[in-house]
Design a protein around this ligand. Structure first.
Ligand code: GDP
Length: 433
């Protein structure tokens, strides 16, 4: 049984925790898109690990981790992460593979990112300025550098000279010398050699051997280049379709699609967000939920759960079920409103609009659910949740139109309740159900 784990909102849904929870039931965990802007946080045994590029499965000894062709790889960031894990006693040798077709982020890509954002003024996207967008632009523009190209010194030199010429033309703050970039990239490319693989072939052989795979998405559905709030999106397909193109697998290899949704909504950066709260409850959600970017530290914008947005995510991903995270953050609220629809110019809007002008003018229709009188924080059995928290999860399930299989009640691995035991048993074994 292979499963895809996909962010159902604007990212930061707690995918890292759910992947960590499920990973040891799979032989392989495979990342299919994004770059080192992802930033999953996993708490294990009192330690906090931030994983940007390497799938969270790396924290489980028997699991092989794979970075697919759909990911853009900053080699220095990758090795920082590898060295950090080694410092915590977690070795990756023999357990980490990088696609030979993955594109490389070069040292001038972050500069191009920053320069672009600065030139957009008030229309800025709010990117993490890590060079991810420009690396994907080079890929789509058919001038990117792939991992398999690192070994060819002459081609690499030409590539870096061309890229730097573009960068140096735009940047006013000093020129980068091509020789420095070349030497550094060569060195890192040498170190990468043992891990380079034809990932599609590796995954297909593993499946033929009966090994199971967890496909790990980064960011979230509403940041997807095609299905998100364009242009305030990331440069790749975070939705489940990205797993096929980003790893070289067929759609029938994905047996279950699990959406990860916070019990409320957050987003980082610019762009419309219909259920956003300004002040009061929004500040309370941010403070209680620790809603500050893992990588950038930026405060996240917070709002209530948005069922219009969620139904869009369920449809474009074909979610089989949801895992709802951060239920405990809603502890203590007297009422927990949910956005059940939008209104635009006096009319009800049922589908998430493509046109951002229309989306910006949508106002949320809120339904108020009662809060709960006991905390859910750290609860590990569904039956131990307060009745109103159970009713809240049931309401989210009804509004989304797919079952809620898990709800997470804290950052630790053990802080999880199973809402749908038959599904959990069928997909992940009886131990988790
Ligand atoms: P990801 O990128 O989707 O993995 O999400 P992040 O790692 O950016 O954000 C999730 C944050 O919430 C991390 O700090 C997690 O440790 C934390 N977290 C995950 N699930 C829960 C939960 O159920 N309750 C609380 N309080 N924190 C959680």
């Amino acid at each position: 049984m292979n499963i895809a784990v996909v962010g159902a909102q604007w990212g930061d849904e707690g995918k890292g925790k759910i992947v960590d929870l499920l990973a040891r039931r799979f032989s392989i965990v495979a990342r299919y898109q994004g770059g080192h802007n992802a930033g999953h946080t996993v708490h294990v045994g009192g330690r906090r690990f931030v994983l940007r590029l390497i799938p969270s499965g790396i924290l489980h000894q028997g699991v092989t981790c794979v970075i697919g062709n759909g990911v853009v790889v900053d080699l220095a960031a990758l090795f920082d992460e590898v060295d950090g894990l080694a410092g915590a006693g977690i070795g990756v040798d023999g357990r980490l593979l990088i696609s030979d077709r993955a594109h490389v982020i070069l040292p001038y890509h972050p500069d191009l990112d920053r320069l672009r954002e600065a030139s957009l003024g008030p229309r800025m996207i709010g990117t993490t300025s890590r060079g991810i967008g420009p690396a994907y632009e080079d890929k789509a523009g058919r001038r990117g550098l792939r991992v398999c190209d690192l070994a060819d010194a002459a081609a690499l030199e030409e590539h870096i000279r061309d890229g730097l010429a573009r960068r140096n033309e735009l940047a006013r703050d000093g020129r980068l010398a091509w020789t420095d970039v070349f030497d550094r990239t060569r060195q890192l490319g040498e170190r990468l050699k043992p891990w380079i693989a034809d990932v599609s072939a590796v995954l297909c052989a593993a499946m033929a051997d009966g090994r199971s795979i967890l496909f790990e998405g980064a960011q979230g559905t509403m940041l997807d280049l095609d299905h998100g709030t364009y242009p305030y999106v990331t440069s790749s397909n975070a939705t489940v379709g990205g797993a096929c193109t980003g790893l070289g697998i067929g759609p029938r290899s994905i047996h279950v699609v699990l959406g990860i949704a916070k019990a409320y909504t957050t987003r980082v950066g610019e762009g419309p967000f219909p259920s956003e709260l300004h002040g009061g409850d929004g500040d309370a959600l941010r403070a209680k939920g620790g809603e500050f970017g893992t990588v950038t530290g930026r405060p996240r914008r917070c709002g209530w759960f948005d069922a219009v947005q969620m139904r869009h995510a369920v449809r474009v991903n074909g979610f089989d079920a949801l895992a709802v995270t951060k239920l405990d953050v809603l502890d203590g609220f007297e009422r927990v409103p949910v956005c059940v629809g939008y209104r635009l110019d006096g009319e009800a809007v049922s589908a998430f609009p493509a046109d951002l002008g229309r989306l910006r003018r949508c106002t949320p229709v809120l339904e108020s659910c009662p809060g709960w009188n006991r905390p859910t924080s750290g609860v590990q059995r569904y039956d131990d949740l307060p009745a109103n928290a159970q009713a809240y999860l049931q309401r989210l399930e009804d509004l989304a139109g797919v079952p809620v299989v898990f709800a997470s009640t804290g950052a630790a691995r053990e802080d999880i309740v199973v809402k749908n035991a038959p599904l959990a048993a069928a997909w992940f074994g009886s131990e988790l159900a």
